[in-house]
Design a protein around this ligand. Structure first.
Ligand SMILES: Nc1ncnc2c1ncn2[C@@H]1O[C@H](COP(=O)(O)OP(=O)(O)OP(=O)(O)O)[C@@H](O)[C@H]1O
Ligand SMILES: [Mg+2]
Length: 275
């Protein structure tokens, strides 16, 4: 099962007539260490449209987390540009919220509800009462109403991830950035969380930029999938997966295609596939 995809006309409409919500253009990202420079991504380009479930897939070390950091405004491109709503990203902002892989991203001395409320009031955007209402709305959406007054250490890893997702969504960013948010979960919980995320998307149609190195997860979550080559990450292909049933034959074919593209050893010579 997966969220029903939107129809083809939406894709055509979006991609032909509307400017992207997030545009990454020729972005090279580099770390300077004591002894040398490490190029994490090389001239990566892609566009994310409103309500996309845009997934970046690639092998370990290909620069996925680095790309998210740059979109988050924590790292500057040495080449190229990242724009959100047409404006160049220069620093972090509440229009982009990150959910990480680690379970310990909550304030341990605050309850579930207080964690979400704090994120909403700290930026001064909401008064306490409005923040509490909004927090409970999103805590309910991730099925944790009964645990609103619990402290993080009393929750399972999956529950803590749900709180982090509720907190991120409550901030109602333009784009939710998720860096392998389910990677540390057991297989059953992971499948359940993927299902919940798709359900949340059905409810609110938020835009998400989701990083994973799991091909099945990419096919399940994504409406578009960007494949990166091994280090330094370059775009290998961009695939449309909107409306593909991940468990059906189309989903299996897509997974196979992704696998072939990811393990294709041929060097890139301007042969990026757009499928
Ligand atoms: N703080 C850092 N300083 C120097 N090099 C770094 C730093 N962080 C990452 N790198 C290097 O940049 C490259 C990309 O790293 P990144 O963490 O973005 O990969 P990734 O695709 O997220 O991998 P994974 O799937 O393992 O999380 C790697 O070669 C890594 O060694
Ligand atoms: Mg990473």
């Amino acid at each position: 099962m997966r969220a029903a995809g939107t129809n083809d006309s939406r894709v055509l409409f979006m991609h032909e007539n509307v400017t992207p919500l997030l545009s990454v253009e020729g972005v090279t990202l580099r770390y300077r260490t004591k002894d040398h420079l490490v190029t994490a991504t090389y001239r990566v380009s892609f566009d994310v449209y409103r309500s996309d479930r845009f997934v970046i897939v690639g092998p370990s070390g290909c620069g996925k987390s680095t790309l998210l950091k740059a979109v988050g405004g924590y790292m500057e491109a040495v080449e190229g540009e990242i724009r959100l709503n047409g404006r160049k990203i220069e620093k972090p902002g509440p229009d982009r919220v990150m959910v990480f892989q680690e379970f310990d991203q909550l304030l341990p001395w605050k309850t579930v509800k207080e964690n979400v409320v704090f994120a909403l009031t700290a930026s001064g955007r909401l008064e306490k009462k409005a923040a509490q209402d909004k927090a409970m709305h999103y805590i309910d959406k991730v099925n944790l109403s009964d645990f609103a007054d619990s402290l993080p250490h009393t929750l399972s890893g999956g529950m803590k991830q749900r709180v982090a997702i509720a907190r991120g969504m409550a901030m109602e960013p333009d784009v939710l950035l998720m860096d392998e948010p389910f990677a540390a979960l057991d297989a059953l919980t992971r499948a359940k969380m993927q299902e919940e995320l798709l359900q949340l998307w059905e409810d609110t149609r938020f835009t998400v930029l989701f990083v994973t190195h799991s091909i099945p997860e990419a096919v399940r979550i994504g409406s578009r999938i960007l494949l990166l080559t091994p280090h330094p990450g370059q775009v290998r292909a961009e695939l449309n997966s909107d409306g593909v049933d991940d468990e059906g034959s189309d989903g299996k074919r897509l997974s196979q295609r992704i696998e072939e593209l990811l393990f294709d050893e041929e060097p890139l010579k301007g042969r990026t596939a757009h499928v």
